[in-house]
Ligand binder design. Sequence first.
Ligand SMILES: [Zn+2]
Ligand SMILES: [Zn+2]
Length: 215
Amino acid sequence: MRHRILPVTHYQQNCSLIWCENTNQAALIDPGGDVERLLAAVQEEGVELSKIILTHGHLDHVGGTAELVAKLGLPVEGPHKDDSFWLDMLPTQAQMMGVAPVASFTPNRWLNDGDTVTLGDQTLAVYHCPGHTPGHVILHHKATKKAFVGDVLFKGSIGRTDFPRGDYEQLVTAIRSKLWPLGDDVTFVPGHGPTSTFGEERASNPFVSDKRLKQ
Ligand SMILES: [Zn+2]
Ligand SMILES: [Zn+2]
């Protein structure tokens, strides 16, 4: 499986174009906006877009979904059902962020902890990681040691928990119990900013390093 990171929107949200090199099947993880640019990247890579995968219901992560579905009729997988209120609130989110109106939508498939998402010959494992939002999921591709973690974890930081139904303890617990067991050598693509590895964050992240969590 290969991937390319495409920062979108004013929030520089890391949309990922991932694809199976055996079958050319591709997916966009968190197409938050700038749909024309995303489609240009799909064309540049010569891959065939077959689905949209969402980590959570925040506008900067899902804002381009309805437009892509209208254009291409793609199925949408994720997030977890507990984020349905965020998707229902999309028109309000757009208003609050001062961007063009965005319609709410319902994914074709809600994701649960332990589910898998397939793409050509590739399989991604789904982990439910609530705390930033209650229905946040992350995706792990074991074969290439890659994870797409949305706003759960960043290089040197963790997701905000001051939104409705956010929960700091829950987020830290999810990071410790769901992400760390995947291995120190896993490289993750966060929702914003540069990539890092779980090992690097365990060593130096001021919120969730091993040293910090022992205190
Ligand atoms: Zn978010
Ligand atoms: Zn975000």
